[in-house]
Design a protein around this ligand. Structure first.
Ligand SMILES: Nc1ncnc2c1ncn2[C@@H]1O[C@H](COP(=O)(O)OP(=O)(O)OP(=O)(O)O)[C@@H](O)[C@H]1O
Ligand SMILES: [Mg+2]
Length: 396
């Protein structure tokens, strides 16, 4: 079987189908927005355990590398979008001859490949860390001599959740890390180690018409390379920094011709005149730093992404409350998340707990908790407590 579609499905005439490459938690969280919009999603899954398969009735099973599979995914759909960047730009361009593809293959290339992004940001004169593609240990050593130790090494492709980010303190460590084989389509990117004051992210959604809406600049905290917490809006940011971020992100969305959601991860550093921003990386899809928008904004990132892909007017991105705090639930000892809901919901009736329906594995994102209100410290305590209880770290 390479298709799951219930026999009883009788979609009203004219119900648009949006095809989605990928069937993980991002596709899963698109589904409630699709339900409200009265449209159908069709997702592409590698196998049946992917967590969107349980909630989207129309599923194609197969590889995103296979053009026949992608054609089947797109058949009679109104548009194609992605929930991850691991699909070839050439294939997307080919499909674009018969269906609108958002984001386009060429735009997505900048989210897939960190070296391509760095080159493009240099061309656009955008603020970013010092960087260089380094072919071998000698070149990396030369880069470190100029930028100063430590340096950060990353393969240009294939990393996620901090896997593939190496902080290199000396020559010996450099030789060890670069001794490992790189995948054939990747190169090593060296970056200066940025002594950031904090990490932030901003999201925009842009429609094919060029309409764009920006969500507030948020503060993100990464733990072990993975997004752990988000505070929206970033409590420390000045108006000037917020404006600088919006300028960067809206300009990038336009210049990269992004349609759909664009998230830009940035570092806040002490500049010559106050705080400044440096771009870390980008994603062209709903992003972990925007999960708070499901309850915290008038229009969620998932709904606005679909509205953009469908070429509909975009919804208001304004926050509903002064602050939203989102804490990820990372797999730990507890394997029964449902049981833990009893305690968490009784303790905090206002907390919104999202469980992705994924098998629990240590270090894996399996859900998140969002709370809204006015006091950031109190919101952090409540969301951290629920996430820690759900993963089994605490029992009271
Ligand atoms: N040049 C740098 N200087 C300082 N810290 C860095 C640098 N590059 C990466 N980091 C740290 O490592 C984290 C992960 O890096 P990056 O975003 O490049 O990796 P990723 O695996 O592609 O990301 P994601 O977790 O978003 O999938 C950053 O959020 C930051 O905390
Ligand atoms: Mg990142």
């Amino acid at each position: 079987m390479n298709r799951q579609f219930p026999e009883h499905s009788t979609l009203p005439k004219g119900t648009p189908t949006v095809a989605v490459v990928g069937a993980g938690q991002l596709a899963r969280m698109m589904q409630p927005a699709a339900v409200h919009l009265g449209i159908q999603l069709r997702v592409l899954a590698n196998d049946a355990v992917e967590c969107a398969v349980a909630v989207v009735p129309d599923v194609i099973f197969g590889s995103a590398d296979d053009v026949q599979v992608l054609r089947e995914l797109c058949a009679d759909a109104i548009a194609l979008t992605v929930e991850h960047e691991h699909v070839s730009s050439d294939l997307l361009d080919e499909l674009n001859a018969s269906i609108p593809v958002h984001p386009s293959g060429s735009a997505l290339g900048f989210a897939r490949d960190k070296a391509a992004l760095r080159v493009k940001l240099t061309q656009l004169g955008m603020p970013q860390p010092r960087w260089s593609v380094v072919a071998d240990v000698q070149a990396a050593n030369e880069f470190a001599a100029e930028a100063g130790w430590p340096i950060v090494l990353k393969p240009s492709r294939g990393g996620y959740d901090g896997r593939g980010v190496f902080i290199i303190r000396d020559e010996q460590q450099l030789a060890e890390v670069m001794g490992e084989p790189l995948r054939a389509d990747a190169v090593w990117v060296a970056e200066e180690f940025v002594p950031f004051a904090r990490e932030v992210a901003m999201q925009v959604v842009r429609s094919p018409q060029g309409q764009a809406v920006a969500y507030p600049l948020v503060r993100t905290l990464q733990r072990e390379g993975m997004c752990a917490e988000v505070v929206a809006p970033c409590p420390e940011s000045s108006e000037a920094l917020n404006e600088q971020a919006a300028e960067i992100v809206l300009t990038l969305a336009r210049d990269l011709d992004v349609v759909g959601a664009l998230a830009v991860e940035m570092y806040v550093v002490d500049g010559e005149v106050g705080e400044a921003l440096l771009i870390n990386e980008i994603a062209m899809r709903p992003h972990n730093s925007g999960h708070w928008t499901i309850e915290g904004a008038i229009t969620s990132q998932f709904e606005n992404h679909l509205r953009a892909v469908l070429d509909l007017p975009l919804g208001d991105p304004s926050p509903r409350q002064p602050y939203a705090v989102m804490v990820n639930i990372i797999g730990g000892d507890a394997d029964n998340l449902h049981y833990a809901l009893l305690h968490c919901q009784a303790r905090d009736p206002q907390a919104k707990i999202h469980i992705y329906g994924k098998a629990v594995r240590p270090g894996r994102k399996i859900g998140h908790v969002t709370v809204l209100g006015a006091n950031v410290e109190e919101l952090l305590e409540r969301a951290r407590h629920a996430a820690a209880y759900l993963r089994g770290d605490i029992d009271e």
